[in-house]
Design a protein around this ligand. Structure first.
Ligand SMILES: *Cc1c(COP(=O)(O)O)cnc(C)c1O
Length: 396
């Protein structure tokens, strides 16, 4: 029997049909909007099996399909569909399971555009009711179930405060109640966390983060069972039209080749920095699931095999000028939103939240003005620590 290749081998070679492309080691980009057919019968056959045929690039395209096959293999699903952004992927997955008047249970500290999608858009347009629970305890979800609950939506670790949910317990609970489950697995990547194996129906990622990893692509993906993903393909994907570009899919194929190496380095750097910050007198708390002081460290160890590079910490000051001065003193860490790329970034949620939210809302999200989020990149960890050390000296 042929040995099943390890994941690093798969990421290089899985689904590549090099003999079709003159042996080219990198697949070409199919930069075309449509595909032509030799005969009436041929196009007819394609329409009969549209999710597996190349007809028009709002549907399928060989470059996009190759990226999807690799991601499917990586996550251990049956089928994946790429979208033009993480939000396009999330909205398609969620709309698939909902009808007007349904109820969603999710966590309190969701990625904020997802929270706006649920609480503002879906509430208004489809009369969807949303219960946001702390999510640390499976009872939180159990107690929130109503007759009209159709979906439990998880984000673990959450990317605002890095709280975890017990994925297997949530999937089991949902199955027993006939409720479907979606998880945003962007933080951990399919490499470090396998929600489909734990019984989750659909796993979504913003590929703009680690899967892309080079800060040159905005894309999203959903992965799940053939039946669900094919159905989404025909409906929410083709009709709402949130497709990705062949060139972006090609960049993702490039990115996947180094995903395993990148994630190991993000983890190594992030752990080193988390321990450094934790011991620093000017830091009150570090929020990172990879260190023992995280309140759910044990759960994390059970359901993840590694940790990525996004974390936050609380400065020992609430003085705005000092917080500002800390952020402005960083040099290697660039100021920016997003995360998961090769470059280290810093973001003070206070910048965006203060404009939009009241102090009470800010508080409800579990964030205070002294919270600083960093995305630890692939640079030399000594340089990153030196950068943080220098900036922390700007706080009295
Ligand atoms: C960035 C992000 C998204 C949205 O992805 P886009 O590609 O920016 O649309 C969704 N979930 C999480 C956790 C994210 O960080």
């Amino acid at each position: 029997m042929k040995k099943k290749s390890g994941i690093e081998t798969q990421l290089q070679h899985f689904a590549e049909e090099r003999s079709r492309y003159s042996g080219a080691v990198i697949p070409p980009i199919f930069q075309n909007s449509l595909f032509t057919f030799e005969s009436w019968e041929d196009i007819n056959r394609a329409f009969d099996d549209r999710v597996n045929s190349y007809i028009y690039t709002r549907g399928n395209n060989p470059t996009i399909e190759l990226a999807e096959k690799k991601i499917t293999e990586l996550a251990g699903g049956e089928r994946a569909k790429l979208f033009g952004s993480g939000m396009a992927a999330i909205s398609a997955a969620v709309l698939h399971y909902l009808e007007p008047g349904d109820h969603i249970i999710t966590i309190k500290n969701l990625y904020s555009p997802t929270s706006n999608l649920f609480n503002k858009y879906l509430k208004k347009k489809m009369n969807i009711e949303v219960s946001q629970v702390p999510g640390k305890d499976i009872e939180d979800f159990k107690n929130a179930i109503e007759k009209k609950t159709k979906l439990i939506y998880l984000e673990s670790p959450s990317t605002a405060i890095f709280g975890l949910q017990n994925i297997k317990a949530a999937a089991d609970l949902a199955k027993a109640e006939g409720i479907r489950t979606v998880i945003d697995n962007t933080w951990a990547t399919p490499l470090f966390q396998r929600p489909l194996d734990m019984g989750i129906d659909i796993e979504v990622h913003s590929c703009s983060k680690y899967i892309g990893g080079h800060s040159d692509v905005v894309a999203g993906v959903i992965i799940g069972a053939e039946e669900d993903i094919s159905d989404i393909y025909i409906n929410e994907f083709e009709l709402l039209g949130g497709k990705t570009a062949p060139f972006d899919a090609w960049l993702l194929i490039r990115s996947l080749r180094t995903l395993a190496m990148r994630m190991m380095k993000h983890q190594e750097n992030a752990l080193e920095i988390a321990y450094y910050l934790e011991d620093h007198p000017k830091i009150k708390r570090v929020n990172y699931p990879g260190i023992e002081s995280h309140p759910q460290f044990e759960l994390g160890k059970k359901q993840m095999t590694g940790y990525s590079g996004l974390m936050s910490f609380l400065l020992n000051t609430e003085d705005f000028d000092e917080i500002k001065s800390f952020v402005n003193s960083l040099d290697v860490f660039r100021i920016g939103v997003s995360w998961g790329g090769h470059e280290s970034l810093v973001f003070a949620p206070a910048v965006s939240y203060i404009k939009e939210l009241s102090p009470e809302q800010f508080d409800a999200m579990g964030i205070t003005p002294g919270d600083i989020r960093i995305s630890v990149g692939l640079e030399d960890s000594d340089d990153l620590i030196h950068d943080l050390d220098t900036a922390l000296k700007s706080i009295t």
